[in-house]
Design a protein around this ligand. Structure first.
Ligand code: ADP
Length: 307
């Protein structure tokens, strides 16, 4: 396993989170956006870095597709320059719903048919991580590209990630790929906070009845089943319509069951991170306190030897 202590970390970022999925189309960007907005609604300062080059989902879901030269899209990316960029060289993120947003899509063009090669995409994501003027944040969330190879694996090894959220649907095909994503995070020693089961049944807009759409998975994936379930999100047409209009469902329909599921997912994420932080602090305190004790014992042993 790689040494976590040597990994790259940005100052002033409380927690770096990634949202990942084994395959595309399962709702990873929808979860990233609603998680980010729900955390911001709890009063946290939040940044969202869209690293999914396979669609303009995040900017579209947040209604920030218009690009302005001053906001980064036509600004030069200070490639090959890392850390300690002077503020005037940093890219200004776009602001929406109180959050700071940046997307790889701003640099590769929405209509471009071919996504960049994985290593190029990895460089772009890492560069935006460093070159954007994120300021002080409680959470920086990266919407990773779907998949379990590159650039995800390298990014996970290089950055000090505080938590990963996995997104899947109830189907076999998605769950099999999700367990691969879980293995990738575990391999890189990234703590997985839990899994979100999206598109879990359909909420009829007419009668409100919950209808199963995908056949329940028959695949037992022991490792996946052991993860905390951060939420079951039903398919809801309103989520798509509002998403396409740039108004995530936690903002446009805060009382809907889909929004409540996202809100409680955000609460669980915040609580889990807080618990982990307290645990780490306690451990640190214990280590610091135990040093003089050991020294004392050593001194006693030495005294005995001298006697
Ligand atoms: P991914 O990032 O995994 O490719 P997206 O978040 O872009 O997936 O979602 C794919 C499509 O499915 C989008 O059009 C999105 O609006 C829709 N979608 C995602 N989750 C839900 C849901 N719970 N109910 C309805 N539509 C959804």
């Amino acid at each position: 396993m790689t040494q976590r202590t040597q990994r790259e970390r940005l100052e002033n970022i409380g927690a770096l989170l990634v949202v990942g999925s084994g395959k595309g189309g399962v709702g990873k960007s929808t979860v990233s956006v609603n998680l980010a907005v729900a955390l911001a609604k709890r009063g946290a300062s939040v940044g969202l870095l869209d690293g999914d080059a396979y669609g303009p989902s995040v900017p579209m879901m947040l209604g920030v597709r218009k690009r302005a030269a001053s906001k980064g899209s036509e600004a030069d990316l200070p490639l090959a320059e890392r850390r300690d960029l002077p503020p005037e060289k940093k890219l200004k993120p776009l602001m929406r719903y109180g959050m700071k947003i940046m997307s790889v899509g701003f640099f590769i063009g929405e209509e471009q048919a071919v996504a960049p090669m994985p290593d190029v995409l990895g460089v772009l994501i890492r560069q935006l991580f460093y070159s954007v003027d994120w300021g002080a944040l409680d959470y920086l969330i990266i919407d990773l590209p779907p998949g379990t190879s590159e650039p995800q694996a390298t990014l996970c090894r290089e950055m000090q990630i505080d938590g990963a959220v996995l997104v899947t649907t109830p189907q076999d095909v998605a769950r099999i790929d999700t367990s691969k994503a879980l293995a990738m995070f575990q391999e890189a020693d990234v703590p997985v906070l839990g899994v979100v089961q999206n598109m879990d049944g359909f909420l009829c807009p007419h009668c409100g009845e919950h209808v199963e759409i995908f056949p329940r998975s028959q695949e037992t994936r022991a490792q996946l089943d052991e993860l905390p379930l951060l939420g079951r999100i039903p398919l809801d047409p309103a989520a798509v319509i509002n998403g396409d209009k740039g108004r995530p469902v936690v903002v446009s329909m805060p009382d809907s069951s889909v929004a409540s599921a996202f809100t409680s997912m955000a609460e669980q994420v915040a609580m889990t991170l807080q618990a982990r932080r307290s645990e780490a602090e306690e451990e640190q305190q214990f280590t610091t306190e135990s040093i003089p004790e050991e020294t004392e014992k050593e001194r006693e042993a030495e005294d005995e030897r001298e006697d």
